[in-house]
Ligand binder design. Structure first.
Ligand code: G3I
Length: 393
């Protein structure tokens, strides 16, 4: 079965049905092997069995055999659906590698620097800012008509000098440094960056806010202060709070909703929420996703799915690849079901440029394009979702 399914000489529409059947067989075989104890004790298999068991599709759209097998730039389909489709890019490659840049500009309408606009990259020493690489990236993107998301102003410890500073001895100095960073960076890119992740990952997985250098020396209102400074520096930029594992209805997602409504009640200029949607951290059902998007939309904020990816637990099989594509499709359907969801951004252009295999050795193939920038099954799932979810302006 797999031999026919993997045979590139047979048209993909014929192969898809065989692949799906083979995937079902494969899941049954894996379960049998598991019962025999062949893989007992290997947590990788447990995780993959747990997260990639076949489930009934949640909607008719989750049946791969119905997805289109033609190719169309994602940004064309996204424009029809009324949303932006974006990607996190390696800044220097985007500026220097024409093939890579052409791929990005032809598929996507929005781009974010994966690392080049972070605190450490732009502000490596207390009195030194480095804008050359980020400027080249932003200018190249804008020249190609792409919107630029700014990622990220304030995150955990920012830079080494922030984490290691003797702030106890200098009351008010860290707050001044934070405000200086936000004001300088946002002011520098004023009019060139559509939206900023002003604060990233501040909510604790267990309670309240994470304890970090900002909460310790400025207090919990470092968030409000950062947003106010950003708004002053560029009143037209949309300001986002960005976090992970907040896509479903877990307690952390409740804390996100509370944080946003508290900031709003205090009159803080916050315009959007970024749900990272690293799906190996969080795999809510389609309805749960929609429920969370609806809760945020009810607060009047815009929503971006900002760091979408899904690593497949090794060993990678075609069955898991199909399951992965269904998860991607579910995310697109959920976004398009809620008008406040206006952008989907993948965290990495392709499988060879993803943080996942680097940080999680047991996960692979997380993105819709392969290392040669060729579309994979999630691409077809996403494309079908975008075409089906057409939205009137
Ligand atoms: O590729 C180099 C390698 O050549 C070098 O030998 C090695 C030495 O440390 O570094 C490698 O680069 C690493 C890079 O990831 C590889 O992708 C960097 O050290 C490492 O710091 C970098 O991590 C980045 C991480 O944020 C920390 O800033 C990831 O690229 C980036 O994808 C990740 O992105 C974050 C978002 O900003 C916020 N949300 C979570 C997301 C994933 O962690």
């Amino acid at each position: 079965m797999w031999r026919r399914c993997d045979n590139n000489l047979i048209p993909i529409d014929k192969r898809l049905r065989w692949c799906i059947n083979a995937a079902h067989d494969e899941t049954a075989q894996m379960f049998f092997k598991y019962l025999l104890g062949r893989f007992v004790g290997t947590w990788i298999l447990l995780v993959s069995m747990w997260s990639f068991n076949w489930t009934t599709p949640e909607a008719p759209s989750e049946q791969p055999e119905t997805w289109p097998l033609r190719e169309l730039p994602l940004k064309v389909a996204a424009a029809r659906a009324g949303i932006d489709i974006g990607v996190a890019a390696r800044a220097s490659e985007f500026v220097n590698d024409a093939t890579y840049a052409t791929f990005i500009t032809s598929q996507f309408s929005m781009v974010v620097a994966e690392n080049a606009m972070k605190f450490q990259a732009l502000h490596p020493h207390p009195v030194t800012y480095r804008f050359d690489r980020a400027d080249a990236f932003v200018d190249r993107a804008r020249a190609a008509g792409l919107k630029v998301r700014g990622h990220t102003l304030i995150w955990y410890g920012g830079a080494k000098w922030v984490r290691e500073g003797e702030w106890d001895d200098q009351p008010g100095a860290l707050e001044q440094a934070m405000l200086d960073h936000v004001t300088t960076v946002v002011g520098h890119f004023r009019g060139r960056v559509c939206c900023w992740d002003v604060v990233n990952e501040a909510i604790s997985g267990y309670w309240g806010l994470r304890r970090n250098v900002w909460t310790k020396h400025i207090g919990q209102d470092f968030i409000a202060k950062a947003f106010r400074a950003a708004h002053e520096a560029d009143p037209d930029a949309k300001l986002f709070y960005n976090d992970f594992r907040v896509e479903g209805l877990r307690p952390k997602a409740d804390r996100l909703v509370n944080l946003i409504s508290t900031l709003q009640a205090e009159g803080v200029p916050i315009h959007g929420v970024g749900l990272q949607a690293h799906m190996h951290f969080s795999l809510p059902s389609r309805d749960e996703l929609i429920a969370q998007l609806d809760r945020l939309a009810a607060l009047g904020v815009e929503i971006h799915l900002t760091e979408v990816d899904l690593g497949i637990p090794k060993p990678v099989t075609n069955g898991k690849r199909i399951k992965q594509a269904i998860r991607y499709r579910r995310l697109v359907d959920a976004c398009l079901a809620v008008p406040a969801c206006t952008a989907i951004v993948f965290w990495g252009t392709d499988d060879s440029r993803s943080w996942i295999p680097y940080f999680y050795k047991n996960f692979a193939e997380p993105l819709p394009f392969d290392a040669d920038l060729r579309p994979k099954l999630p691409y077809y799932a996403i494309l079908d979702g975008l075409l089906a979810g057409r939205r009137l302006p």
